[in-house]
Design a protein around this ligand. Structure first.
Ligand code: UD1
Ligand code: MG
Length: 469
C-alpha cells in the first residue's frame, strides 16, 4: 500500500468573513470548519496529517493541538497562495517520503471519507500523477473553473483571472486533490505569482503536470460536499445543509423530529431510539438524549445528559444531568452543575445552579435553587429562594430526605434542614432545622381596620370596601 500524507490548508486570511475570529475556527454543527476537515483527515489512516497555518496561527494551532494532537503544523511564509501553502507542508515530510499527497481545504468542511476514498482509489488504479475533485455548480461564482479542450482536462482558471467565456463554465475545482509527491514537488517549484491575485496558486500545477503524466478530474454529483466557505452567507448555507443531513440521519435511526427546519443538532450529540425532538430545539455540544425522551419545543441543551423517558419542555440547560423519568419545564433555566435524579421534577419558572436534586424530589414552581442539595422525595414550596450569596461568597443549603417546605420560603445559606422536617409558608430559614421538626418564624399579622377608607378615600378599593358595609 502506498503511503499517504494529508495536507489541510488553513493559512489564508479569510478576509471575506470580515471577522476577528479566523475563518477556519468559525463553527458549524458544533465544530470549527477545520475540525470537520481534520476529523475526516484523521480517519483516512494516513501516515502524516499536516495543517498549514500562518494567519492567526496561535489561535488555530491551539485548537488543533488540543483536539487533533497528532497533526503536524507547517508554517507558510510571506509568499501568499495555496501553492505556497502546499510547499510549506511538503517541507515537513521526511526526505525519504515516497507516496501520495492528499490536499484538503480548511474551508471545505463537508467533504467526506467515502468521496475521498473513491478519489484515492481512482488515482491509484489509473496510475495518475494528479487527480482532482470537480463538480457542476449552479452558481460557480468564486470557484476556480475547470478548463477542458475536446472534453480533456487542460487546467484550472481562477475566477479573478478568467475570461468571460471561462466564467460561464459551470464545472468547478473543489479544492480537493491527490498528487504523487515527487511530481507535485517538481510542478510547484515552477509555479509563479503572475496572476490577478499575485499569489502562488496550487491550481497552476494541473496544467504543468498534464505534460508529465495522467492528470484526471474526478467529478462528483453532490455539490454540497465541495461547497467552500468564504463568507458568512456561505457559512450559514453550509451549516443548514449539514444540519439537515444530521437530522435526517437521526430520523432514519429511529428518532422523531417533527420540524427539521427548526431543529439544530451538533455532530457531537447522541440520541436514543424513540426520542422525540419537538420544534425549535437545539441540541448542542456533548449532549446525549436517552431512549424515549421528549425534548422541546423551544429548548436549548448544551453539554447535557438526559436519561430515558425524561420530558424536557421549553428549557434552557447547560452542563446538566437529567436522569430518567424526570420532568423539566416549561420555562426552566438549568445552569451548570444541576443534577436531577430519577423521577424528579423541576417545574415552571425555576432556575437552578449547582443543585443536586434527589430521586423523586420536586421543585415545581417559581423558585431559585443555587448551591443546594435536596434529598430524595422532598418537595420545595412554590416561590422559594435559596439565598446562596452573601455579597462576597456563595454558601450551601442542604435539604434532607422527604422534607416538605412551605411556599415562599427563603433559605439563607449556609443552612441545613434535617430529614422529614417541615417548614411553614412564608418562613425565612436562617437556623438549621432538626429532623422531623416544623420550622416557622411567624410575623404576627396586624389588620388596621378601615385604613383604606381613611387613607384612600374615593378610590375603587374604598368604594368596593364600602359596598360590603
Ligand atoms: C480555492 C481554489 C479554487 C477552488 C476553491 C474551492 C486556488 C488558487 N483556488 O479558491 O480553484 O475552486 O478553493 O473552495 O487554490 N490558504 C492557505 N494559504 C494561502 C491562501 C489560502 O493556506 O496563502 C488556504 C485557506 O486558508 C483556505 C484554502 O487555502 O482554507 C483555500 O483558500 P481560499 O482563499 O479560500 O481560496 P478560494 O478563493 O476559495
Ligand atoms: Mg475558499
Amino acid at each position: 500500500m502506498r503511503q499517504l500524507a494529508v495536507v489541510v490548508l488553513a493559512a489564508g486570511e479569510g478576509t471575506r468573513m470580515k471577522s476577528s475570529l479566523p475563518k477556519v475556527l468559525h463553527e458549524i454543527a458544533g465544530l470549527p470548519l477545520i475540525g470537520h476537515v481534520l476529523a475526516t483527515a484523521h480517519s483516512l489512516s494516513a501516515e502524516h496529517v499536516i495543517a498549514v497555518l500562518r494567519h492567526e496561527k496561535e489561535k488555530i494551532s491551539q485548537y488543533v493541538a488540543q483536539h487533533f494532537p497528532s497533526t503536524v503544523i507547517a508554517t507558510q511564509d510571506e509568499v501568499p497562495g495555496t501553492g505556497r501553502a502546499v510547499e510549506a507542508a511538503l517541507s515537513m515530510l521526511p526526505a525519504s517520503y515516497d507516496g501520495d499527497v492528499l490536499v484538503l481545504s480548511g474551508d471545505v468542511p463537508l467533504i467526506d471519507v467515502s468521496s475521498i476514498t473513491e478519489l484515492i482509489e481512482r488515482h491509484r488504479t489509473s496510475k495518475s500523477i494528479g487527480t482532482l475533485v470537480t463538480c457542476q455548480m449552479e452558481n460557480p461564482f468564486g470557484y476556480g473553473r475547470i478548463v477542458r479542450s475536446r472534453g480533456e482536462l487542460v487546467g484550472i482558471v481562477e475566477q479573478k483571472d478568467a475570461t468571460e467565456d471561462q466564467r460561464a463554465i459551470s464545472e468547478v475545482n473543489a479544492g480537493v486533490y491527490v498528487f504523487e509527491f515527487a511530481q507535485l514537488k517538481v510542478a510547484l517549484a515552477k509555479v509563479t505569482t503572475q496572476n490577478a491575485s499575485k499569489e502562488k496558486y496550487l491550481t497552476d500545477v494541473i496544467s504543468l503536470m498534464i505534460e508529465k503524466g495522467l492528470v484526471q478530474a474526478h467529478q462528483i454529483s453532490d455539490h454540497w460536499l465541495v461547497a467552500g466557505v468564504n463568507d458568512r452567507a456561505q457559512l450559514s448555507e453550509v451549516a443548514r445543509e449539514l444540519n439537515s443531513r444530521i437530522v435526517r440521519a437521526w430520523q432514519l435511526a429511529g428518532v422523531s423530529i417533527d420540524e427539521p427546519s427548526s431543529t439544530w443538532i451538533d455532530v457531537t450529540v447522541q440520541i436514543g431510539q424513540d426520542a422525540k425532538i419537538l420544534p425549535s430545539t437545539r441540541l448542542l455540544g456533548i449532549t446525549s438524549i436517552g431512549v424515549g425522551a421528549v425534548i422541546g419545543p423551544d429548548s436549548t441543551l448544551t453539554d447535557c445528559e438526559v436519561g430515558s423517558s425524561a420530558v424536557v419542555t421549553r428549557t434552557v440547560a447547560e452542563n446538566v444531568k437529567i436522569a430518567s423519568d424526570t420532568k423539566v419545564g416549561p420555562f426552566s433555566y438549568l445552569r451548570p452543575g444541576t443534577e436531577l435524579a430519577e423521577g424528579g421534577k423541576i417545574g415552571a419558572f425555576v432556575e437552578t445552579k449547582n443543585a443536586k436534586i434527589g430521586a423523586g424530589a420536586k421543585v415545581p414552581h417559581l423558585s431559585y435553587v443555587g448551591d443546594a442539595e435536596i434529598g430524595e422525595g422532598s418537595n420545595i414550596g412554590a416561590g422559594t429562594i435559596f439565598a446562596n450569596y452573601d455579597g462576597e461568597n456563595k454558601h450551601q443549603t442542604k435539604i434532607g430526605k422527604h422534607v416538605k417546605t412551605g411556599s415562599g420560603n427563603v433559605f439563607v445559606a449556609p443552612v441545613s434542614i434535617g430529614d422529614g422536617a417541615y417548614t411553614a409558608a412564608g418562613s425565612t430559614i436562617r437556623k438549621d432545622v432538626e429532623p422531623g421538626a416544623l420550622a416557622r418564624n411567624p410575623m404576627p399579622q396586624e389588620n388596621l381596620a378601615d385604613w383604606v377608607l381613611e387613607k384612600r378615600p374615593g378610590s375603587e378599593s374604598a368604594k368596593a370596601a364600602k359596598r360590603t358595609e
